[in-house]
Design a protein around this ligand. Structure first.
Ligand code: 6BE
Length: 633
């Protein structure tokens, strides 16, 4: 992808993992460390009034350093774009995790919630309020550790968090009553409310206050009344009640939350919100590895690193440090198998690009650090000419480093025990390798959907999604958030709960003529069916979308749906998603010759997560009707 010249030779750009509003997030690899990163790309021309948000977020991210806040590694500003290189969170959104599991156990909810609490308490302790807390803004890394993202709406009032704020912001669903009323509010207090909504969503699998239109939603929030499903423990009910207090003076304070009995259950200690380590600390090994690479003495290297310019140098150091803290090897890639040749060819090209386009970084040295590994040779020559003496020093020092660092310039730090975290056993289940896959793509115009869809839901016969009365929960205590999807294909096989979301970055390699076969590694966000004919399921899905007035775009076995929102969904419901018909080998335990099963892999590309969930349920509940199916056969 040669689209972003500013990233060339620094990062290898992969697929888009999310987009919304003015930003697009792409997967990428930081070339020098080989580490995965997420790059948030903002097109300046479409930023408009959101420019201050970007500046705000950058400022905040540079100031924050916490193990549960997604780290910023590098910022590149060009004439057209902002690129924010961020910590990669392989597990994706907490929201999807909740959806996948219907709801979480109290233990898992607590484990997650403690981490979110830790991040938010830290934020507050340094004078920030997040103001847009929601499960979509909480990501999971590969170790199931949570990371808070999206600081574009945060506030750091000059007078501290005791200052009243006025700007109304965030998602209405998570917004505190005082905020939606347009009253002055305290940042810390609205964050506690949102945390209450999040905790509720974790424990229940649906929202405490939900409605298709904003007015009703606001009324519900202001009333402060929400359902208490029967599975909630006494402790969690009490805690939710304390957090979801419409009267902010009655609402529990974050300090009290840290020490709350429910929060401490099984831990016996309050939530610790102090950062475990600072990203700007001097780390001898990391500095040496970089110094060896750049052929500088460590002091010089540190001088350079400690400028914290958020350039490639900062990124490299932070990534190395993070790896070291995780007990991983600390080394830099010296051989770049598939890129090195191209890098060299593009060398002058890059330099020109940098000179013209990248806004920060004026001096030669700075540019060097912003450039790719392959530029080092050239730089070395420069040093020789200019500073023969210092080069000598460098070489001496380098001997020294080479010895201690070993010939591959890698240092293996002792394996550190991973941070304390709880994984639910199911989450680690690994599914036996599987077969083939199919994809469907649709473009959705959701005009007629609302009323008919609503009626259908109320018919209740089919939709087992969370509803608003406790009696219904009783009917389907274990039903999944997207349970209706599974049910839609009548006999529901036990859902293949993916688990590690280390999913395929390679899912782009779609063979349009054949359905994709999902393997154990990419069984994410899927709904199983009891069918074995992908074309049949594809057709059903298309018909279901059609009947909702959703225009589909099908490419191979992928249907892409776009939805501009109807009156009832308001602007919350601007969606774009994909449903891909795939195959998985029949579950273990079946007879050996049983055919592969068709599954539908869902992917939200853009838009509000809960709205997406609703639409998916609605679409798939249509196909759920057995008679409907049978008629079509
Ligand atoms: C800072 C915003 C960000 O993202 C998803 C994955 C991997 C990494 C999900 C699907 C494979 C892995 C099957 C915003 C939005 C795209 C969630 N600001 C990020 C960082 C960020 C996103 N990821 N990592 C960091 C991310 C998201 N998938 N699964």
């Amino acid at each position: 992808m040669g689209r972003y010249i500013a990233l060339k030779n620094l990062y290898v750009i992969g697929k888009t993992i999310g987009s919304g509003g003015f930003a697009k997030v792409k997967l990428a690899t930081h070339i020098l460390t080989g580490e995965k990163v997420a790059i948030k790309i903002m097109d300046k021309s479409s930023l408009g009034d959101d420019l201050p948000r970007v500046k705000l977020e950058l400022e905040a991210l540079k100031a924050l350093s916490h193990h549960h806040i997604s780290k910023l590694y590098q910022v590149i500003e060009t004439s057209d774009h902002f690129f924010m290189v961020m910590e990669y969170c392989a597990g994706g959104e907490l929201f999807d995790h909740i959806v996948e599991k219907t709801k979480l156990s109290e233990m898992e909810s607590r484990s997650f919630f403690r981490q979110i609490l830790s991040a938010v308490a830290y934020l507050h302790s340094v004078g920030y309020a997040h103001r847009d807390l929601k499960p979509e803004n909480v990501l999971l890394d590969k170790d199931q550790s949570l990371k808070l993202i999206d600081f574009g709406l945060c506030a750091k009032p000059n007078g501290g968090l005791q200052t009243l704020l006025l700007t109304s912001c965030g998602s209405p669903t998570y917004a505190a009553p005082e905020l939606i009323q347009g009253n002055a509010y305290f940042g810390s207090e609205v964050d506690v409310w949102s945390l209450g909504v999040i905790l509720y969503a974790l424990l229940c699998g649906f929202l405490p206050f939900d409605a298709d239109n904003i007015d009703t939603l606001y009324k519900k929030i202001l009333s402060g009344k929400y359902e208490e499903p029967p599975w909630l423990s006494k402790g969690s009910r009490q805690l939710l009640h304390q957090m979801l207090q419409t009267d902010k003076s009655e609402r529990i304070k974050i300090e009290e939350l840290l020490d709350h009995p429910w929060i401490k259950l099984g831990y016996d200690e309050p939530v610790d919100f102090q950062p475990m380590y600072k990203m700007d600390e001097y780390d001898e090994i990391c500095v040496k590895v970089m110094a060896a690479y750049y052929r500088l003495i460590p002091t010089e290297m540190w001088n350079r690193i400690s400028k914290w310019k958020y350039d490639y140098c900062t990124a490299t150091y932070m990534i190395l440090l993070t790896r070291k803290k995780q007990g991983l090897s600390v080394r830099l890639v010296t051989k770049l198998p598939q890129f090195s040749k191209r890098n060299l060819e593009q060398l002058s090209d890059i330099e020109n690009t940098y000179a013209e386009k990248v806004i920060p970084g004026k001096t030669e040295v700075q540019n060097t650090f912003n450039q790719s590994p392959s530029l080092i040779h050239k730089r070395e020559v420069c040093m020789m000419k200019k500073e023969p003496n210092s080069r000598l020093t460098v070489l001496e020092e380098r001997e020294d480093i080479t010895n201690s660092v070993n010939s591959r310039r890698s240092v293996h730090t002792p394996k550190r025990k991973p941070m304390k975290r709880h994984r639910s056993p199911e989450y680690d289940d690994v599914i036996s390798p599987v077969p083939a896959k199919v994809t469907v793509s649709s473009s959705v115009k959701l005009n007629g959907l609302n009323s008919s869809a609503k009626k259908r839901r109320n018919d209740s016969e089919s939709v087992k999604t969370p509803v608003t009365t406790p009696s219904r929960y009783l009917g389907s205590p274990g039903s999944k958030l997207l349970g209706s999807i599974e049910k839609s294909f009548n006999k529901v096989r036990k859902v293949l709960t993916p688990t590690k979301r280390r999913c395929s970055d390679k899912s782009n390699s779609i063979n349009e003529n054949k359905p994709n076969v999902l393997t154990g590694k990419n069984l994410c966000n899927i709904s199983t069916t009891s069918y074995s004919c992908p074309e049949f399921v594809l057709d059903k899905l298309k018909k279901a979308l059609d009947s909702k007035g959703i225009i589909c775009q099908t490419k191979g076995y992928t249907i892409r749906g776009k939805l501009e929102g109807g009156e009832k969904y308001e602007k919350r419901c601007k969606l774009s998603f994909e449903l891909e018909v795939c195959l998985v080998p029949s579950p273990a335990g079946n007879t050996t010759n049983s055919p592969a099963l068709v599954v539908v892999q869902r992917k939200r590309l853009k838009g509000d997560a809960w709205c997406y969930k609703k639409i998916c349920e609605e679409i798939l509940s249509l196909t759920e009707n057995r008679n409907h199916f049978e008629q079509m056969i």
